[in-house]
Design a protein around this ligand. Sequence first.
Ligand SMILES: Cc1cc2nc3c(=O)[nH]c(=O)nc-3n(C[C@H](O)[C@H](O)[C@H](O)COP(=O)(O)O)c2cc1C
Length: 419
Amino acid sequence: MKLKNRKMLLGVSGGIACYKSLEIVRGIREAGGSVSVVMTRSAMEFVKPLVFQTLSENPVATSLFSLEEESKIGHIKLSENADAMLVAPATANIIAKMAHGIADDYLTTAYLACSAPVFVAPAMNHHMWDHPALQDNLALLVKRNLHIIHPGSGYLACGSYGTGRMAEPGEIVTVLEDYFDRITTGEQAEKPLNNIRVLVTAGPTRERIDAVRFLSNDSSGKMGYALAEKCRQLGADVILISGPTALSPPVDIETIQVKSALEMYSAVMANSEQAQVIIKAAAVSDFRVETPNPQKTKKSERMTLELVKNPDILKTLGDRKTSNQFLVGFAAESQNVLYYAEQKLKEKNLDLIVANNILQKDAGFDVDTNRVLLIDGDGSIDLPLLSKEVVAGRILDHIMATDKFRSIMATKLKNAPSA
Ligand SMILES: Cc1cc2nc3c(=O)[nH]c(=O)nc-3n(C[C@H](O)[C@H](O)[C@H](O)COP(=O)(O)O)c2cc1C
């Protein structure tokens, strides 16, 4: 009952994912919270207010100028009473209006009147999601400390494939639960990673074979991007070093784009000294082609590639690690996961290793979910299958609960210039 007595204001705008918001209402109520729903005119084209009213057991607000709904200036009251507002699905249109302070319906007016934390779960076609206008609007919301619950990728209702599918209702409820969990323990209010510099690496690397071909792997970068975003939400000063991915650059996070393992090595080494927490989620190629052909190699019956070892970024970081740095590595294994991960933890002088079996369904490379083992000197924790966003939260919770992190934090505070 992690949302016990929490009052949620759910804004529903007009996307095909409206029907999923019915599940969100149910999830919030099952977690002990209550829900008041506000719908836009477009949303009512997809789902009738009566359905939300029945599931929430509260009147649904739809019209700013209704005598009944507005008898006590309802849009202000609704916002004042809410412990949090969630907009799900959030259309490109509603995101634009929220970003620019337009208040021409019940939802947008209630949003402007709301001083509680606001969560936004976008849902749209992938071209809409990629559009610079949408991304700029989203960046404005992030700048104002709204919490964006990122859409997943996959087949969309419009029949295309890409990013834009609203996060699953269960995940959205978990994000709310996690948030209120932290409020309860007093951590969120303090932004527990304030003053902490975190370096996150993500994605694959590309090792050139010739002018048009390269060696790479299946890493999508989603785990690393989710970690960077979570660190930012927790108040950290984040730098993300990313290999080539199909993901939009995260809003409000300093990002360095690299391609090869050598470029990743240089970028990491140039930025690691200032970081107190380093999370190496990138899948860096172990080898590179010794002499890539600057031209396109002509077709022939056989082609032999001479590979040489790339520098071991994680090992170098482990060797250089100071007592004020927390180093996290990832292990993608296909067998004996615990054994190999424990070896890597020791060999590379890590503080924590996040291990997964890449052969498991729905976990590892190029999917939105992950099932991982967290292994450190104290033992291992087996997490269930979770979205990468939630896994990111669990990894950071684990880091922040360690004695080493607490001591880094204490040193940082001791050395902070007094105001
Ligand atoms: C069948 C259909 C599905 C739609 N799905 C979405 C969607 O998923 N995301 C989105 O941003 N807009 C979607 N739209 C467009 C919005 O409904 C439209 O931009 C509308 O003005 C949004 O109004 P609202 O933001 O006030 O709810 C869809 C439109 C139709 C007809």
